[in-house]
Design a binder for this molecule. Structure first.
Ligand SMILES: [Zn+2]
Length: 307
């Protein structure tokens, strides 16, 4: 890494590193780190998240001389090492609009080319799409729209008058940002609302984000992961009196067999008997297998559970 041709990006959720952005009094160990790190060309991308345990890599070690009074007010990792691009969990609401600096990063994260082409499309639609013009006529009074340089505005926001495809395109440019991942519903709305407007905008954004495959894929399921079990309470104390039967199918062929019939003792032992068979087995043949492998040892079961 030392003298590398390219800058190295370090993605970390190590929140403590943020602390090193600010000037502070540091012990000698940190100062050594500081002078070492200055030789490297790297950028830290802070990914906030609670998933990884925090490794206190840069913190004190009691074995070292603390050197308390030297090295005051040193910035260990100047802000140039911190990427202005914030990464966040798709669909989360991690961006805090009240944090002006952080929010500015998100706004900057909208690709200017993407944004410009989106704006061009909205303007073109306003000027060329008959249906949009009809809508704009209806909205002019009800929503106090103004026309400036051939473009319709509501206050400072460009009016998106097009159909659902256009609206989806607009939402896409704010939500699917390559730099910051996928914002949640509220923050996508806030971001889109800085530049654009249309009636029922929030509802449309909600629908879009809820239907976003990337957001869905990274969604944390907070509900119960397993369905509630309805226990079958044991009534008998002998093994294989209540049995569960199932087949393990589509196995690689072994001789003439491709399936295993499993017979599990449901009550006391949970023991299982595995019997090789064929997937196309008939009920009569299953009965024959039970007669051969189950009844001689355990007798006839009182209850059979099978799907
Ligand atoms: Zn998404």
């Amino acid at each position: 890494m030392h003298g590398a041709m390219h800058q190295v990006k370090v993605h970390t959720d190590h929140a403590n590193l943020l602390f090193w952005k600010n000037p502070g009094d540091h012990n000698r160990r940190v100062v050594r780190w500081h002078s070492d790190l200055m030789d490297y060309d790297f950028q830290l991308v802070h990914i906030s998240g609670k998933k990884n345990g925090r490794v206190d890599a840069l913190s004190r070690c009691p074995d070292y001389d603390q050197g308390e009074d030297d090295n005051k007010q040193l910035v260990v990792l100047p802000s140039k090492f911190f990427s202005q691009v914030l990464a966040c969990i798709a669909g989360s609401e991690e961006a805090n609009p009240n944090n002006k600096e952080e929010w500015a990063c998100y706004r900057d994260g909208v690709d200017p080319w993407d944004f410009q082409s989106m704006q061009d499309l909205v303007e073109k639609d306003q000027q060329e799409n008959k249906e949009s013009q009809e809508r704009l006529r209806k909205w002019t009074n009800t929503h106090q729209l103004t026309k400036l340089n051939l473009i319709w505005w509501k206050d400072n926001w460009i009016v998106v008058a097009g159909d659902n495809d256009l609206k989806r395109g607009v939402i896409h440019s704010f939500h699917n940002k390559p730099s910051a991942g996928h914002l949640g519903i509220s923050n996508t709305y806030r971001l889109a609302r800085c530049d654009t407007w249309w009636p029922n905008m929030k509802q449309d954004i909600k629908q879009y984000v809820k239907g976003c495959a990337t957001c869905q894929a990274s969604k944390v399921n907070t509900g119960p992961l397993k369905p509630a079990m309805i226990p079958i309470t044991p009534e008998h104390v002998l093994p294989f009196q209540t049995i569960a039967m199932d087949f393990i199918t589509k196995l690689p062929k072994s001789g003439k067999y491709d399936t295993i019939l499993t017979i599990t003792d449901h009550d006391c032992s949970k023991a299982a008997i595995f019997i090789p068979c064929q997937e196309a087995i008939s009920a009569e043949e299953v009965a024959k297998l039970m007669l051969k492998y189950l009844y001689p040892q355990f007798g006839v079961p009182k209850k059979i559970i099978s799907d």
